[in-house]
Design a protein around this ligand. Structure first.
Ligand SMILES: CC(C)(COP(=O)(O)OP(=O)(O)OC[C@H]1O[C@@H](n2cnc3c(N)ncnc32)[C@H](O)[C@@H]1OP(=O)(O)O)[C@@H](O)C(=O)NCCC(=O)NCCS
Length: 129
């Protein structure tokens, strides 16, 4: 039974192509993590309205099921909480059509930084649309 995530926003879809596969002919984990890192950064920039952010922390990554060549996967993001300089989000990637979960990451923390690379308050407390 697919999981339900009412607060999660699925903006980006990806087609699994031959160059995205591992030796077992399923989606390479590194490729998926790269997609997630970019999508998460874009999501956070939009939430904070600021571009100078860095990835600080990723919690346990659960590879729940695989994806195969030709599958379309969708990448979901949801804000968990706002800190002073940080924002915590969570991520879920699932098969676009079957809704089967492919990967889950419960916490990804980004930090807003100043020009010297030090944490800088972002001043945001409410999710953006
Ligand atoms: C991000 C960075 C500037 C933070 O510096 P720092 O000295 O750890 O900063 P602080 O201890 O003041 O913490 C800053 C914020 O991050 C949060 N934080 C720090 N370590 C954390 C961790 N392990 N898990 C979750 N949050 C963390 C703090 O709670 C704080 O949040 P708040 O301001 O909302 O209260 C610094 O660690 C850094 O530059 N890291 C490299 C980032 C990078 O290059 N990322 C690219 C991926 S390789």
């Amino acid at each position: 039974m697919p999981e339900s995530f009412p607060g999660m926003r699925f903006f980006t879809r990806k087609l699994v192509k031959p160059e995205d596969l591992n030796a077992s002919r399923s989606l390479f984990g590194g490729t998926l993590l790269s997609w997630i890192d970019e999508e998460a950064a874009i999501y956070v920039m939009c939430q904070l309205g600021k571009q100078n952010i860095v990835t600080k922390f990723m919690s346990e990554i659960d590879f729940v099921s695989t994806a195969r060549e030709g599958d379309i996967v969708e990448i979901g993001m949801e804000t968990v909480s706002f800190g002073t300089s940080s924002i915590t989000i969570r991520c879920l990637v699932r098969n676009k059509f079957t809704k089967e979960t492919i990967i889950k990451i419960d916490r990804i923390v980004f930090v807003h930084i100043d020009d010297n690379g030090r944490p800088n308050p972002h001043g945001i407390t409410e999710p953006a649309n």
